[in-house]
Design a protein around this ligand. Structure first.
Ligand code: ATP
Ligand code: MG
Ligand code: MG
Length: 618
């Protein structure tokens, strides 16, 4: 395999491996604090990363990048990546989301990572963690901070706190509660824990610096009161840690080495480091004893990269939820949704998503936009070499071969034809189908009056100088050459049937195949053995490249034509297609059998994943 391009995160990892930064770090803490390793043992994983979604929605295309980055770096450097559910927010999290996230990560190709644990051989336990499992530790750490004078309970109202935080360029104002004694703070904090105060009455804040130029360092809140039931811990807690406090602790407990996140968190890094430093430093007690810190050194480090932004796509979970709840799409897995469940149903493969993520690069630029076309290119590049071919007629119109009985002896004769399953893979075998007197072809393959450069079907005519012009000759792909003799229209003037004559001895693959030269080759499915199929043709969900740019209401730029469902006729080989089987429909692009609605041997439903060529710019 070609060497993967280097980037700043890779360089940081290689630097740490070189220096042995984490080589002697030992599992610490107490039972139940983190993963179940024996305390005091060195961690055999050289690199530990994590993918930490909040289970408050479905994963989207941006997450695919984070998943790829974290898992592939861990794997490449002989380490482990944890799937961690960052479930510190009791109100918005649900089991449904936990399940779908787990399923998606496995689908993306990391199931082996779960099944076979390189660190604990023989233990087939997933590297799967829940932040809420650490609530006891987080609480203990908060008391530890209070005792050391690093945290205090603030009883200002939310408004007062906001006003006193100051602004960029204006220092904040110290809270009147800031200098309470550790004992007083501990007492209040325990009251918070014991449910003696209502939501919002007070918060625990880190005591850092209200004049810091970094607003995140102006005594951030680390615990708040929420009388809410949590999906994992039930009603055990009525106080919950803030994300900025919980996240570094989760990383440290799990012995993460490189904590990779998106650029928005750059300003949080000083607090991340501040907190882990406070929790890992030994402390001198008043009686002269020294107690070890709560966490092991060296701490994990945070690295930020520019998030993936994709044209014509929104990735905010809140906005995606709105699309679902207001019925603009059929659900989280609607094939037009940029959720991974939607992209999967649309037919995108884990391979294509991985190649797309890889090609989009790892940089410090947070404003870069990646063209949606790059996703389709990744799909084509990975699927074209392996997808089975098939013929499908998406806008069928009937074509009749009037001299059929004359050539083959009877109108009901069926002439067997065949085509390779894949043009470059003879080992994939041949597809069999029949040509008959009546076939379905694409409506667009016929013109009464051919425009310049049109080489498909048109009837005989008389030109401006009165000369007879014969009807066109085209090849029915893998079949015979036919000549157009005319067409029948209905009362409304629409074409109903096209009449043709077959030219004998011109069958593809026979000696006479080249006896008649044609400029046009058309795809077809015979009326005798073609199968009806529902085909969903998708277009972009938003007409604007940046649907929510500048605070625009993204609903105003929904594409009203994002789905066009047609009744098609497909070749018989598709009868046995299984849900999620992918094909190239000749001339049309890449299609997948819908994983929900398609039934092998029954109702056939295909979704167009992408066309054969890039049509996004047009
Ligand atoms: P939202 O803000 O819409 O709720 P989120 O980004 O907070 O979404 P999380 O579930 O917290 O979603 O994210 C899990 C991980 O995925 C985080 O590490 C986050 O940085 C990363 N991630 C989310 N969106 C992107 C993106 N567009 N590109 C790259 N990584 C992303
Ligand atoms: Mg989040
Ligand atoms: Mg976010």
């Amino acid at each position: 395999a070609p060497e993967a391009p280097s980037h700043f995160i890779r360089q940081a990892i290689e630097h740490d491996l070189d220096q042995g930064t984490y080589a002697s770090r030992q599992w610490g803490g107490q039972p139940g604090d983190g993963p179940s390793h024996a305390a005091g043992e060195p961690d055999p994983a050289k690199v530990r990363t994590r993918f930490p979604p909040e289970p408050n929605g479905y994963l989207h295309i941006g997450h695919a990048k984070s998943i790829w980055l974290n898992f592939s770096l861990a794997e490449e450097y002989g380490g482990v990546c944890h799937l961690r559910f960052d479930d510190t927010n009791p109100e918005k999290e649900e089991q449904e989301y936990v399940d779908s996230i787990r399923e998606t990560v496995r689908w993306l190709g990391w199931d082996h990572h779960f099944a076979d644990d390189p660190v604990r051989p023989g233990i087939r336990q997933p590297h799967e963690y829940f932040a809420s499992d650490y609530f006891d530790f987080m609480y203990r750490a908060a008391e530890y901070l209070i005792e050391a004078g690093h945290a205090y309970v603030d009883e200002q109202t939310a408004e007062q706190m906001r006003a006193n935080r100051g602004d960029f360029g204006t220092p904040g104002v110290n809270s009147p509660f800031r200098d309470r004694s550790p004992d007083e703070n501990l007492k209040r904090f325990r009251e918070m824990r014991d449910g003696q105060h209502p939501d919002g009455a007070m918060v625990l804040r880190a005591k850092i610096d209200m004049a810091s130029p970094n607003i995140n360092m102006r005594d951030p809140a680390i615990y708040r009161i929420r009388h809410a039931t949590h999906h994992n811990t039930g009603d055990k807690w009525c106080i919950y840690p803030m994300y900025t406090y919980a996240h570094p602790i989760e990383d440290a407990l799990e012995q993460i080495t490189h904590s990779i996140c998106t650029l928005e968190f750059e300003d949080q890094r000083p607090f991340y480091d501040w907190l882990l430093e406070r929790l890992s430093e030994p402390r001198l007690l008043p009686d002269g004893h020294v107690v070890a810190g709560l966490l092991n050194a060296p701490p994990p480090r945070q690295y930020e990269f520019g998030r993936l932004n994709v044209g014509h796509v929104i990735t905010s979970k809140r906005k995606l939820r709105q699309l679902v709840e207001e019925g603009h799409v059929t659900g989280w897995d609607d094939p037009r949704m940029p959720t991974l469940a939607g992209l999967r149903r649309r037919g995108y493969t884990p391979e294509a998503l991985r190649l797309f993520a890889e090609r989009s690069g790892v940089t410090k630029n947070g404003d870069a936009w990646t063209d949606y076309a790059a996703l389709d290119a990744a799909l084509r590049d990975t699927l074209d070499p392996q997808a089975a071919r098939a013929m499908a007629v998406l806008e069928p119109i009937k074509l009749v071969i009037e001299n059929w009985a004359e050539v083959f002896g009877s109108d009901s004769h069926l002439e067997p034809c065949e085509a390779p399953v894949h043009p470059h893979h003879p080992e994939m075998g041949q597809r069999q189908f029949n040509l008959g007197r009546e076939v379905w072809i694409e409506r667009s393959d016929y013109e009464d009056t051919p425009p310049k450069g049109f080489f498909r079907l048109f009837p005989p005519s008389v030109d401006t100088s009165g000369n007879a012009v014969p009807g066109s000759k085209v090849r029915l792909k893998y079949g015979y050459v036919i000549e157009c003799t005319g067409a029948i229209k209905n009362e409304a003037g629409n074409i109903e049937k096209i009449w043709t004559k077959l030219i004998k001895d011109t069958k593809s693959g026979t000696a006479g195949a080249d006896s008649v030269k044609v400029k046009g080759v058309i795809t077809w499915v015979s009326a005798a053995d073609g199968l009806p199929a529902t085909v969903n043709l998708y277009d972009r969900l938003f007409i604007e490249e940046q649907p929510d740019a500048g605070g625009r209401d993204f609903l105003t730029v929904l594409n009203p034509n994002s789905l066009n469902t047609v009744q098609a006729v497909v070749e018989p080989s598709l009868a046995s297609a299984q849900p999620e089987d992918r094909f190239q429909f000749e001339r049309h692009g890449f299609f997948v059998a819908d994983r929900r609605d398609h039934q092998a041997g029954g109702k056939l439903v295909f979704n167009r994943i992408a066309g054969l060529k890039d049509s996004w710019g047009k």
